[in-house]
Design a protein. Sequence first.
Length: 227
Amino acid sequence: MGDVTLTPLHFSVRGALTRGIAEMGYAPSNQILSERLGETVETIEQTLQQLHEAHALQLHPHRCKPWVVHPFALSPGSCWVQSGDRGWWANCVYCGMGIAAALEQDVEIHTRMGGEQEPIVIHVTNGKVQEEELLLHLSTPVSEWWDNVIHACASFQPFRSTADINAWCARHDLPLGAVVPLPKMWSFAADWYGDYLRAPWKKRTVEEAKELFLKHGFTDAFWRLDA
């Protein structure tokens, strides 16, 4: 979960950044964040770097520019989340559902089965995911997510059956992880991301994350926050 102790300034910057992405479809510049929050650009960039170190967002390597501000991706991800005439990138179906939860809007999540050839659209309508028969396979265990969060998100893919998941893991030499029915994953995403656009934004503690995992029945070794 990162070792940096976050302060109200961290929460303000992360909250303003997330709401800016929701509003504009891309990240407000550090200069715009500076003007909106009444802080110097240097302070904003120091704060962004500390948020990166705390695993509260991902910056581009060697550059103080947001790359991933969960649930939003800021470069083309595996999912396109459409709501009316607006849209956002997400790096996985779980994050796509997180965008729906944060926006509190109906969305279409455009992606591909297993990240391969077959296109699919997942609908979140009236606070409910419609494709109830689908499964989400999360190949990378929780304790490894922030070792490479881009790869971790990319390894979360939708499938129709456990047989399809097993074949996919063998085909790509990727580990079998957690297999979660899509409605259950939506329920978790709604709890995790449902308040992300409300002020003030606040990062969950390890204990709060563990409680949320427990609430949704995520209790086996895959969901452990420590290796």
